[in-house]
Design a protein. Sequence first.
Length: 428
Amino acid sequence: MLKKILFLLLLPLLLQAYTMNELFSALDKHSQTKADEMLVFKSETSVDLVLSKLYPTINLFASYDSYLNPVGVIAIPPNELLQMVKDISVAQPFSSDITRFGAKVTMPIFVKSIYTLVDSAKALHKSNQAQKRINTIKNEALIVGSNANFIYLEALKRSLNIKEKSLLETKKSVQLKVDNGRLMASALYKIDDSLNQISIAKNSIDIQAKTTISTIESLTGIVLFKPINMQRKAKFSENNFNSLEPLKEKIGANILNIKAQKEKLYPSLTLHGSYTYSQAEAYNNNKNIAEEYSNIGLILGMPFFDKSKYENISLAKVKLKSSQIALEKSIDILKAKSRMLQSSLVLLDNSQTLYEKSIQNKKKLLVIAKANFKSGRLSTEEYLRYEDDVVAEEANLYKTEALKWQANMQLAVIYANKIEEMVKWVNL
């Protein structure tokens, strides 16, 4: 029975065999990433939409017209018309009721702005592709940073468990001394209060862990029961702030858009044609007539004056300038943030070394303090202070390690590094 209960308690941990690769794969399939994919698909469709303007436009039509006076069904040369007038048996192509069927086609032969707008749309498509890639890196970095925080909380909880175990052992000896009258009951109350504080701290850790787990779940749909053990595989790689690639591509699109707006002032050459089949009753003898005609031609268009075209050029220039200013601002921000994070990493490395050394010393002092407390040479308050010092310093160490992970992940996002090349992981 005991084995069965133990198995049920450990089942969630046994079922969990997640690696960071699995979390990243889940991220690729999650709604967070699908939303970015839709933006990429939308921009790809925009490219096709602009390209479609280069294709011919064909419209079918059917019409019925009734006139007060007979009108021509088809244009007839004067000489042919004279022959029809002389012979009344010939149905003349004039009628008051005419039915027409046919098709019309137009196709741009040369409209320079369309080709430039295609290039601009392709640049925006590249911008959205780059943004999707950057967003994926950001989300992967957030997963790694959250997992690092989860590791910190679990490590801190283990330290508290060790402290709790130590205090429980001490409580037994104190209880005997209190029962024998060698110690006042207040010593027992102080240890009980310290144990209670440990329970409060562990409860607070569990609350923080829930938030961390929720962050990972919101990105992947996966609930972690324990953190994934991680080690740094490579340092971040500095470059020209590749995280700004989406904005750089957008600036390229803005430049092309200005060019396209200017090209709308250029002459354009358009092919047009039509085919029409007409049916009616001749007005002179009521005989049925059926006529068809077609035409094809070229239209050379030359914009003479259109105020809106000049305003569109001005608007395109404003958009370009706004993007350029945004890029300059982003570069300044990332430079400052990168310097700060790299400086912080140096300080965090130094802090980690100092904390590790301090923990070794405080553990040695704790052993001495515990011995002195048992022999009565140390008060309860002083002994408990040594217990607190060890856990506090271990908490500082674990927090420093988590901060180092988070700083490295922020730098990876700034330089758009591949997260999987920076981290290696093994299940605990």
